[in-house]
Design a protein. Structure first.
Length: 393
């Protein structure tokens, strides 16, 4: 069989039960998922793995929207051309497709589906504030199609549902991190001087594929001199002795993404470079000690910032970002920081990437690893050696 759902149907039925409970608490009659991550959680639809990298088209046109009524299984509303893919790669029986223009026809189909369910006047949650969510013109059409419904933002409800992973999701994330562990091992054995940042990026993609990744992941090298956060990779400048590099890698396995960093120095490291790395690692290890389930994330972020201050380290964001969840998106919500709601706590079976910026002479740099939240604290998934990688050849 060429197509099959990513998980058994029982996995999704368990998710629907959790969603129905949250919907009841929020007095919602239905949920509509426009964001690719939210529709994936409700349906398991991945689609073309290359198309995912072109969100301006694929998120709007190819990815289906998923309607989940209270107490009933969902309906897919999508573009007519991938209809067979929707059918073969999900367990959802009610699949309704429309031709272009999608931003006009899709809301009409959603309105018809809700009318068939008798929910024309209900309270309906939609992920307005989510990554890749509904565009304003389509939302205006949806309001016209549902003139008597009360549409409300449910982005927060979705991310709170998704942040605690099922055993099947934990298994996929374990594999994604293990693939990245092995990809980094291959990578540092393969690279040498006289290579550009672009070549390093494509080398990492090759290593991820060889290690078992199921689609193109994350590979972002940034090098000092010339480092600024999130700039484009240099295509022509070659690595030289003395260069200090931060490399962010994340392998993807069956839709689930890992994300952690290593640091490299080209040639013999200086005393300053060794000191920067050792200090960041020591602060990271100490700061993670109070990351325990049941604690408010806001308090955890405050404690993390206190450890930095104790050691004289500077976080340019002052604790507003100390990490994130992992899942379908590389930087999946909730983002962890001092601004989190007071009721948002670290929970067992969250899979997270604690990280925060440290100001260095080379610019603001992140130290990042991946963990599962267990009953007694964090279980480290990253097992690549936590030392400065020296590329001597």
């Amino acid at each position: 069989m060429f197509h099959h759902p990513i998980f058994p149907k029982e996995e999704f039925l368990t998710r629907y039960e959790r969603a129905w409970q949250k919907m009841a608490e929020a007095n919602l009659d239905a949920l509509i998922a426009y964001s690719p991550g939210n529709q994936f959680w409700l349906s398991g639809f991945l689609g073309s793995l290359s198309a995912k990298r072109f969100p301006e088209f694929s998120h709007h046109a190819i990815f289906p929207k998923v309607l989940l009524p209270q107490g009933r299984e969902p309906t897919i509303i999508g573009f007519q051309m991938p209809a067979e893919t929707y059918e073969r790669s999900t367990h959802i029986a009610d699949i309704r497709t429309v031709p272009p223009p999608l931003e006009e026809n899709r809301p009409q189909a959603i309105g018809t589906a809700l009318a068939d369910l008798g929910i024309q006047q209900g309270r309906i949650g939609i992920d307005l504030g989510a990554y890749g969510g509904i565009v304003i013109p389509e939302f205006e059409e949806l309001k016209k199609a549902l003139p008597h419904a009360n549409l409300t933002d449910a982005a927060d409800l979705f991310y709170r549902l998704r942040m605690v992973k099922s055993p099947a999701e934990v298994s996929c994330l374990r594999m994604a991190v293990e693939i990245q562990n092995n990809a980094f091992r291959k990578f540092v054995r393969r690279i040498g001087r006289g290579i550009s940042e672009n070549e390093l990026m494509f080398t990492m993609f090759d290593c991820q594929a060889e290690a078992g990744a199921t689609e193109v992941g994350i590979a972002m090298p940034w090098t000092h001199p010339g480092y600024t956060f999130f700039r484009a990779q240099y295509p022509d400048r070659l690595m030289e002795p003395g260069d200090f590099q931060w490399f962010d890698g994340g392998a993807i396995y069956r839709g689930y993404t890992s994300d952690y960093d290593i640091m490299l120095v080209w040639g013999e490291p200086t005393t300053e470079q060794l000191k920067i790395f050792d200090s960041m690692k020591a602060i990271y290890r100490e700061a993670l000690e109070p990351w325990r389930p049941g604690r408010p994330i806001k308090e955890i972020a405050q404690d993390t910032l206190k450890v930095m201050h104790k050691h004289g380290a500077v976080d340019p964001l002052e604790g507003q970002f100390v990490g994130h969840n992992l899942g379908y998106e590389m930087v999946e919500k909730p983002w962890l920081g001092v601004g989190c709601p007071s009721d948002l706590c670290l929970e067992v079976n969250m899979v997270i990437a604690p990280e925060w910026f440290t100001q260095t002479p080379y610019g603001p740099i992140l130290f990042e690893e991946n963990f599962i939240v267990g009953e007694n604290g964090l279980e480290r998934l990253t097992d690549f050696p936590d030392k400065l990688q020296v590329i001597a050849r």
